[in-house]
Write a protein that binds this ligand. Structure first.
Ligand code: ARG
Length: 461
């Protein structure tokens, strides 16, 4: 058995169970190696510039790391669990390859600042990947809106029919939510983009390092000011996966809506075969599984956040080995959210709205009742009174089994003499939708403005 990199003071080898229990290379190597090598190159450059290693040693180190990179990419590199983590695997492999100079790489560095540097770099990339997916989904939703110009759908509150809205308006409400999700990630990226490298174990170092140099080479904004803070905190992770959790909740709600709308009872959405799956027993079935799984996977994204919050809450300052447990929830959260965004985009691109079915369903539910109350307000009636008058009109409709627009002027005047012939311009869902004019409302003028805004923002022509 080879000596551990930290083996000097140890007389006994590590118990096999402990080795198996404490290793992290098996679940982190694939994600972190690129960043680990990048960080090591920046560190070596800085050590040489500061005269802590020779330029010759630096060149050997960087060349060796380059070869290791190629080996990893080609699948030749052997990750060893007895070498514990990604950092020591790479350092030990470098030592195997180039000998003495490799032993200088860890000068003025600890795995504590190394690991959190790697993770910050990883998060930065992850955020960039998520942002691309969010924009893609927004674009698909806008395209879906453009394909469904003028289609009116029932708007619901309490899942009861409320007021008619343009489908475009509803789809753009999702786009707005996603925009805030992106904004949270952008904020988070700005806040996390500071360099922990050079904080060393927790206290910094007396060796003449230059943290601004590594920070700059790694495209960080600046080094973190406080070395203890640098290795202690994982708040940036919590922010990232909190943001993911909120995105997941948004996607889950879209999932729920679309699953519902794809049901026989609604029948508003027809998913194409390419985004549906069947049943192993019921031959007739066609299920909207992707969106059910979007709803389902939101659970794990939220679970990942809870795991990390609980992980961090009891830790004293600076590095604790518990923090190694940050990786799996982080990777899982990002993987899940990217998958959810991607499949929701694909689903959006592959559904049609059943206009006929939707239109034939619109007369039910008195969707124009509130517009009728507003009509009476325009005639000078106090809103509370008009609410009551329309309530009576609805009650009459229920008794006569008809719609508000089916009531005769006499029927209406029987309730209140204020009604005139022009009332029929306010009844029926089309009329009702056309009456909306307030900023951000579902009126077609307002919705057109929203659409134009998003088309230009998302470069859709
Ligand atoms: N594998 C460790 C982690 O992920 C790296 C840091 C280990 N540091 C230490 N002092 N044991 O957190």
């Amino acid at each position: 058995k080879e000596n551990k990199l930290w083996g000097g003071r140890f007389k006994e080898g590590v118990h096999e169970s402990v080795e198996r229990f404490t290793e992290s290379v098996s679940f982190e190597a694939e994600e972190l190696w690129v960043h680990d090598i990048r960080g090591s190159i920046a560190h070596a450059n800085m050590l040489a510039a500061q005269g802590l290693i020779t330029e010759g040693d630096r060149d050997l180190i960087i060349e060796g790391l380059g070869k290791i990179k190629t080996k990893i990419e080609t699948g030749e590199f052997v990750w060893r669990k007895d070498r514990e983590d990604v950092h020591m695997n790479i350092e030990a492999a470098l030592t195997d390859m180039i000998g003495e100079p490799a032993k200088k790489l860890h000068t003025a560095r600890s795995r504590n600042d190394q690991v959190v540097t790697d993770i910050r770099l990883w998060c930065r990339d992850a955020i960039d990947r998520i942002l691309i997916r969010i924009k893609e989904l927004q674009a698909q939703l806008v395209l879906l809106a453009l394909r469904n110009d003028g289609l009116i759908v029932p708007g619901y509150t309490h899942l009861q029919r409320a007021q008619p809205v343009l489908l475009q308006h509803l789809l753009l409400s999702y786009v707005e939510q996603l925009e805030r999700d992106a904004g949270r990630l952008i904020n988070c990226r700005e806040r996390l983009n500071f360099s922990p490298l050079g904080a060393c174990a927790l206290a910094g170092t007396g060796l003449p390092i230059e943290r601004f140099m590594t920070s700059q080479e790694l495209d960080f904004t600046a080094p973190l000011r406080n070395s203890i803070d640098a290795v202690s905190d994982r708040d940036f992770l919590l922010e990232l996966i909190s943001a993911n959790s909120i995105t997941a909740v948004h996607l889950s709600r879209i999932g729920e809506e679309w699953v519902l709308w794809a049901s026989e009872e609604f029948g508003f959405i027809i998913p194409s075969d390419s985004v549906s799956t069947g049943s192993s027993i019921m031959p007739q079935k066609k299920n909207p599984d992707p969106m059910e799984l979007v709803r389902g996977k939101s659970a794990r994204v939220i679970g990942d956040l809870i795991s990390l919050l609980v992980l961090c809450k009891g830790l004293p300052s600076a590095y604790n080995r518990d923090l190694q447990e940050d990786k799996e929830p982080l990777f899982d959260s990002v993987k899940a959210i990217i998958g959810m965004l991607e499949v929701t985009s694909v689903f959006a691109a592959n559904i049609t709205f059943n206009g006929e079915r939707i239109r034939s369903s619109l007369p039910a539910g008195y969707l124009d009742a509130t517009t009728l109350a507003d009509y009476l307000v325009k005639k000078g009636m106090p809103f509370r009174t008009s609410h009551d008058v329309v309530g009576r009109a609805v009650a009459l409709c229920i008794a006569k089994k008809c719609q508000l627009s089916d009531l005769s002027l006499d029927d209406l005047r029987g309730i209140n003499s204020i009604f005139e012939k022009d009332v029929y311009d306010f009844l029926g869902v089309e009329n009702a939708v056309n009456k909306f004019t307030s900023y951000g409302s579902t009126g077609s003028g307002e919705v057109q403005k929203q659409l134009q805004f998003w088309c230009s923002k998302l470069d859709i022509t």
